[in-house]
Design a protein around this ligand. Structure first.
Ligand code: FAD
Length: 415
């Protein structure tokens, strides 16, 4: 019997989410053969709908900015924060780092499909409903086993390099024993989409994500992400313990949290709750390392911190851009250093976000955000980070985040 032929490719990307689509397009634009294997059919639901400005730099690098701008997504200029009767806005147009002023609030089903279609338009081959089920990195060329969902048939692909953009699927971390527990506590998000019916005369700003802190529990917060079609993504995030005694009915749980938070309940007074709520529990994840012989991990397949500053898609795209750039040079015969040219510089920005996420839950960064007398210069530096420019070491709040945040929080609480 003739042995089954193993397909030979240059690069295989696992997953057609934002990290996979951007990485694949960038490699294709540099002339490399790329195959993307995606286990779902697109469009498919994904959470993570509020983008940061910096991610559009990578959308632009991948030649997809015109398509994204033409798609009719809700324009976003920043973030608003509300706690009891306090309200403050951060405007991405007033920021320290040069960069994009505007971004979008997107239904991810449409956004991710658009990015994947744009990658395909540029020549990337994407196979949907094909799932990576095994990986062998013991030989010179990595080999992946693929299951076709339509007929449950399996085949193998060999390639020079694998980029894992499998997000919550965490394909290579699972298969190569790279998982490492996150330092963050187990938090749980419950969320839905609503027809928001927010009165335009109420002053509510649709061009910003609204982050609302629970009046009593400062570690509990809500996102409201208005879309351009009169609908809104709404979610609550809390330590898993805070859900005790609230029952199993997710819609009721979410409504109860909102009812406890008068400023948000007022905004959503006329909303039509027409979509069953969903949940994600214990979303924070980490890995032992971001790369190895023949592979690198992108986006959520590597580390995921927390949704509070909407950094997930930006980190995913930044990792895709950095990995694709380095891999291009490697495929062209250069010797590259994945530790110092990928892992270490990527982690620098992730660690900046980490400091502000930790500061948010501890309260220090909330004190800074809700303090209304900070200087415009400091607000511009904070605005840069919240716009995603967390790698700009010229920003003192990026260069020394922990010390700067501590000092600033002290000023905000003693004045
Ligand atoms: P994904 O978007 O998860 O894409 C991975 C793809 O890989 C999927 O399409 C999946 O089907 C495919 N795949 C998985 N396994 C396999 C397999 N075995 N074979 C083939 N394909 C496979 N980020 C933001 O930027 N803004 C936000 O407002 C925001 N809010 C969030 C709220 C919550 C509650 C959570 C938990 C996260 C939030 N995020 C947010 C984070 C965001 O969802 C992710 O960071 C982002 O989707 C990561 O993109 P990715 O390309 O790495 O992975």
């Amino acid at each position: 019997m003739k042995p089954l032929e193993v397909e030979q490719r240059r690069v295989v990307v696992i997953g057609a989410g934002p990290s996979g689509a951007i990485a694949a397009a960038l490699l294709k634009r540099n002339g490399h053969d790329v195959l993307v294997l995606e286990r779902q059919q697109f469009p498919r639901f994904s959470i993570g709908e509020s983008l940061l400005s910096h991610c559009l730099d990578f959308v632009e690098e991948a030649g997809m900015l015109d398509a994204v701008q033409a798609a009719g997504f809700q324009i976003k200029h920043g973030a608003a924060f509300a706690w009891k009767e306090r309200y403050t806005e951060i405007d991405f147009r007033e920021k320290f780092t040069d960069g994009k002023d505007t971004t979008f609030q997107v239904q991810r089903a449409a956004f991710d499909k658009l990015l994947a279609d744009e990658a395909a338009r540029q020549g990337v081959e994407i196979r949907y409903e094909e799932e990576i089920v095994a990986a062998d990195f013991s030989q010179a060329r990595p080999r992946l086993s693929v299951r076709r969902l339509a007929d449950d048939q399996r085949y193998d692909v060999e390639c020079d390099f694998v980029l894992d953009g499998s997000g919550y699927g965490r394909v290579l971390p699972r298969l190569l024993d790279l998982e490492q527990p996150s330092d963050f506590p187990v938090r749980r998000a419950v969320f839905t989409h609503i027809e928001d019916r927010i009165d335009p005369a109420s002053g509510f700003n649709r061009e910003k994500i609204l982050i609302t802190t629970h009046p009593e529990f400062r570690d509990v917060w809500f996102w409201s992400i208005p879309f351009s079609n009169g609908r809104c993504s709404l979610g609550v995030v809390a330590d898993a313990n805070r859900y005790q005694g609230r029952g199993d009915d997710l819609d009721a749980v979410l409504k109860q949290f909102v009812a406890e938070t008068p400023s948000l309940a007022r905004v959503l007074d006329n909303a039509v709750w027409d979509t069953p709520a969903r949940e994600i529990k214990g979303y924070s994840a980490n890995v032992k390392r971001l790369y190895g012989p023949g592979f690198a991990l992108l986006g959520n397949a590597a580390e995921f911190l927390d949704p509070v500053f909407s950094s997930g898609v930006t980190i995913a795209m930044r990792s895709a851009s950095m990995a694709a750039g380095l891999l291009d040079r490697q495929l062209n015969g250069e010797t590259v250093d994945w530790e110092n040219q990928f892992s270490e510089p990527l982690k620098r920005g992730v660690d900046t976000f980490r400091v502000y996420v930790e500061g948010w839950y501890e309260g220090a960064f909330q004190d800074v955000i809700y303090y209304d007398k900070s200087s415009p210069d400091i607000r511009a530096m904070i605005s840069s980070i919240l716009a995603g420019y967390a790698w700009d070491l010229n920003n003192p709040y990026v260069a020394e985040p922990r010390r700067r945040l501590r000092v600033l929080a002290e000023i905000c609480t003693t004045e």
